[in-house]
Design a protein around this ligand. Structure first.
Ligand code: THU
Length: 138
């Protein structure tokens, strides 16, 4: 699938955003190796810290449906600036594939592309856990 088509899916997902507190709508679309597309939007809460970002909504939906091999994620908002994933979402994205293409769009349907791992250098990942483990009882 072409970047601009995945971005179009993210734009459509943005329409579902539940953002009564920030008014900042975000949409994401995640492409699996099997060719499935999972959409996500931000879901806010009156207890602000419980808000779930669009990217994580998409990833969690895909995992819950049995998919774990992700090739690309597009994310966009109503902003004229490109929509970059927040730190928490970057961490969730690299868990599944640091080489995943991240397509970051804006309100004018322009976009830039980066690899997930490049957005989160020196990350804490599976290997970090293995090296730091003291024993099976901790
Ligand atoms: N938001 C996302 O959905 N994704 C991001 O990567 C950044 C922020 C949402 C969370 C909140 O609902 C709104 O944007 C403002 O922070």
């Amino acid at each position: 699938m072409e970047d601009k088509n995945l971005l179009a899916c993210a734009n459509k997902a943005k329409e579902k955003a539940y953002a009564p507190y920030s008014g900042f709508r975000v949409g994401a679309a995640l492409l699996t190796r099997e060719g499935e597309v999972f959409s996500g939007c931000n879901v806010e809460n009156s207890s602000y810290g419980l808000t779930n970002c669009a990217e994580r909504t998409a990833v969690f939906s895909a995992v819950a449906a049995g998919y774990r091999d992700f090739l690309a994620l597009a994310v966009t908002s109503d902003s004229v600036g490109f929509t970059f994933p927040c730190g928490a979402c970057r961490q969730v994205l690299i868990e599944f594939n640091p080489d995943m293409k991240i397509i970051m769009g804006n309100i004018n349907d322009e976009y830039i592309v980066e690899r997930a791992g490049d957005l989160l250098p020196h990350s804490f990942d599976k290997e970090s856990l293995g090296k730091g483990r003291l024993g099976k009882n901790v």
